[in-house]
Design a protein. Structure first.
Length: 570
C-alpha cells in the first residue's frame, strides 16, 4: 500500500535526515565514534592527567617510601626516611606520617611497573632526578585513576538529574577544580575522595531502586577504606548513615537496623587494613603515626576551635577554593535546584559534607597543609558541591560555560607551572611561569624535550580535546538559552570574578591572614616580610586570559548551537 511503512523504516529515515546516508561499515563505525563525545572527552581528560610528571614533595615521598617499604616486607621507612619530613619516630624506627591506604592500594601496581622495567627507565631520567619519576608512574594508578572515577560518577549522576549536562559538569570539574592538580600528584586525598564519593553514589543508586543490603555493604566498604586512606573522610562515612536510613521505601525499626548493620559491616571491613597495619607497626590498632608528631598533638590531632579568618582564607585567598574555582559557587546554587526537584536528602548530604570539612579545616593548625595549589583537605567536598552543576548548567548554560572556562584556565595554569605553592603570594609564579614557558615536566620531557612549550603540548592537546568535545555535546544537544540576558549575566559574573581575584585578596587582607597563619604554625616570623618579595595582587596578571577564554567559550557555544540549528533545518 502506497505510503505505508514500518516503524523500522521510519527510524531509518530519521537517522538519514539527522546524519546523512550511510556509506559502508567504515563510515558507520566512524560515525558511531564521533557520536560519542563523552568517550572523546574522557579520553582527552585521561591524556591531560597521565602525561604530567609533577615535581614531588615530602607528602608524596612519604607515601612512596611506604610503598617501597611494603614491597620489601617492612612497615618502617628507615632506609628511605632522609627524603621526607612527613615522618614519625617510634621505638627506634621511622614511619611514614601518611595513612597507609594509598600505599597498600598502589603496591600491586608498583610491583607491576618494576616487572615491566619502568624503574630502570626512571633511574637517571632527565625529567626527574634520583629516579623519582616512579612517583608519577605509580600515580597513574594512585591518583589519576581515582580522579577519573570521580568524574565518571559525576557524569553518571548528572545524566540522571539534568541530562545531557552531566558530561559538561564532569569535564568542568576535571579541568576547573582542585581535582586537576591533586589528581596529578601522589597525595592521599584523591583516592579517599573517590572512595567516599563512590559510597554516596552507591547509596543514591540504591535509593532510586530497590533496597539492597549488598549495595549498602559495598558502600560501607568504600567509605571505610576512604578513612584508611585519609583519616578525616571518616566524617563522610558517619554523614552517610542518616542518608541510608532515610530510604523512602524502607520503614520499620527492624529493616533500618538491617540496613545499618550491612553498612557498618562494610565500614569495619574497610577499616581493617588500617587496624592491622597499626597493630603490626605500633602494637595497637588505634595508634597512628600522627600520635608521635608533636604538632599533631595540639588539640585533637592538630585541630582546635574553628576560626572565621581561616575559613575566609580557605575560600577567598589567592589560592582559595572559590577564588581559583568560581565554578563551585555555581554548583552551590545548583544544589538549590536539586532541592526543588525533590532531591532534598542529597542536598542535606552535600551541605553536611561542606559544613563538616570547612569546620574541621578552619580549626587545623596548618589549614592548607603546606605546599599545595589550594586547600587540599577540602578536596573530598568538591564532588559534593558539584552535584548541582548539571542542573545549574541546564538553567544558566552560558554562565556555566564562562565560569568553567575561567576555572579551567586558572587551575590548569597552576597545574602545569607550579602547583606546590607554599603560601598565597607565591601564586604569582603561576602567571610568570606561564608567560615564560616554564612548565612541569611531561612524558615528552622524559624523552628529552625539556620543560618548555615543546614538552607541554600533550597536556594542551588532551585539555583541548576534552573541552571541545564537551562544548560540542553541550551546545549541540542541550536546550541552551542564548538570549541577550544570558550573555549579559555571563559577562557580568566573569568581570566580577576577575576584579575580585585580581585585587580583593590583597585589598581585604585575606592573603596576609593566610601568610600570618603559616608563619605562626611553622614558626617562621620572617615569612610575612619575605612573602612581600612576590608583590601584591598575585593573580592580577593571570585574570585577563581566563576572562578571554570565558568569552571565547560562550561565543563558541552560541556559534555551534546556531550551526546545529541551521543543519537540522536544512
Amino acid at each position: 500500500m502506497a505510503g505505508a511503512t514500518t516503524p523500522q523504516a521510519i527510524d531509518r529515515e530519521r537517522e538519514t535526515r539527522r546524519h546523512g546516508p550511510r556509506k559502508g561499515a567504515s563510515i558507520r563505525a566512524r560515525g558511531a565514534i564521533f557520536r560519542q563525545p563523552a568517550l572523546i572527552a574522557f579520553g582527552g581528560l585521561a591524556v591531560a592527567y597521565l602525561v604530567l610528571l609533577q615535581s614531588y614533595s615530602w607528602n608524596q615521598t612519604a607515601t612512596f617510601d611506604l610503598i617501597k617499604a611494603l614491597a620489601h616486607g617492612q612497615l618502617n621507612i628507615d632506609p628511605y626516611q632522609l627524603n621526607t619530613g612527613d615522618k614519625a619516630f617510634y621505638h627506634g624506627h621511622w614511619y611514614s606520617a601518611r595513612a597507609p591506604g594509598l600505599a597498600m592500594f598502589c603496591l600491586p601496581f608498583y610491583a607491576l611497573l618494576k616487572l615491566l622495567g619502568f624503574s630502570a627507565f626512571a633511574h637517571g631520567n632527565p625529567a626527574q632526578p634520583h629516579g623519582n619519576l616512579m612517583i608519577s608512574f605509580v600515580g597513574w594508578w594512585g591518583n589519576v585513576a581515582p580522579a577519573l572515577l570521580i568524574l565518571g560518577l559525576l557524569w553518571w549522576f548528572g545524566e540522571r538529574t539534568a541530562p545531557p549536562f552531566g558530561l559538561a559538569a564532569a569535564v568542568a570539574v576535571g579541568l576547573g577544580t582542585l581535582l586537576l592538580p591533586l589528581g596529578t600528584l601522589l597525595f592521599t586525598h584523591t583516592l579517599a575522595c573517590a572512595l567516599a564519593f563512590l559510597a554516596f553514589c552507591l547509596l543514591f543508586a540504591e535509593r532510586q531502586g530497590e533496597a539492597r543490603l549488598r549495595r549498602l555493604a559495598l558502600a560501607g566498604l568504600a567509605a571505610g577504606y576512604a578513612a584508611t586512606t585519609e583519616y578525616p573522610t571518616f566524617l563522610l562515612a558517619l554523614l552517610l548513615i542518616p542518608y541510608l536510613l532515610a530510604h523512602p521505601q524502607t520503614d520499620g525499626l527492624q529493616r533500618r537496623a538491617r540496613r545499618l548493620a550491612a553498612y557498618l559491616a562494610g565500614v569495619v571491613c574497610g577499616l581493617t587494613p588500617l587496624a592491622v597495619f597499626n597493630q603490626l607497626a605500633f602494637g595497637s590498632p588505634l595508634h597512628v603515626a600522627y600520635d608521635n608528631i608533636p604538632r599533631q598533638q595540639q588539640g585533637f590531632f592538630g585541630i582546635r576551635a574553628p576560626s572565621l579568618h581561616v575559613l575566609i582564607t580557605l575560600l577567598f585567598s589567592s589560592r582559595g577554593l572559590l577564588t581559583t574555582s568560581p565554578l563551585l559557587a555555581l554548583g552551590c546554587v545548583g544544589l538549590w535546584l536539586l532541592y526543588r526537584r525533590g532531591l532534598r536528602a542529597e542536598l542535606a548530604v552535600a551541605l553536611g559534607a561542606a559544613a563538616l570539612f570547612l569546620t574541621y579545616n578552619s580549626g587545623y593548625w596548618l589549614p592548607f597543609g603546606g605546599a599545595s595549589p589550594g586547600p587540599r583537605f577540602l578536596l573530598p567536598i568538591v564532588p559534593f558541591l558539584a552535584l548541582g552543576l548539571p542542573a545549574a548548567f541546564e538553567r544558566w548554560p552560558l554562565v556555566g560555560l564562562a565560569l568553567a572556562a575561567v576555572s579551567a584556565f586558572v587551575l590548569s595554569s597552576a597545574t602545569v607551572t607550579h602547583p606546590l605553592v607554599g603560601y598565597e603570594t607565591e601564586t604569582v609564579k603561576w602567571g610568570r611561569y606561564l608567560y615564560d614557558g616554564n612548565f612541569q615536566p611531561t612524558l615528552a620531557s622524559a624523552f628529552g624535550l625539556g620543560r618548555s612549550f615543546a614538552a607541554i603540548w600533550p597536556f594542551a592537546l588532551g585539555f583541548l580535546v576534552a573541552a571541545a568535545a564537551t562544548l560540542w555535546r553541550t551546545a549541540a544537544g542541550g536546550k541552551l538559552d542564548l538570549g541577550g540576558r544570558q550573555l549579559a549575566w555571563a559577562a557580568a559574573i566573569t568581570a566580577c570574578w576577575a576584579l575580585f581575584a585580581a585585587f580583593a585578596p590583597t585589598a581585604l587582607g585575606i592573603d596576609r591572614w593566610g601568610i600570618v597563619q603559616i608563619a605562626q604554625a611553622e614558626g617562621i616570623p620572617g615569612l610575612v616580610r619575605y612573602a612581600r618579595h612576590f608583590g601584591a595582587d598575585p593573580l592580577a596578571n593571570l585574570v585577563a586570559p581566563p576572562a578571554g577564554a570565558a568569552a571565547v567559550a560562550v561565543l563558541a557555544a552560541a556559534a555551534i548551537k546556531r550551526s546545529r540549528k541551521g543543519a537540522l533545518a536544512a
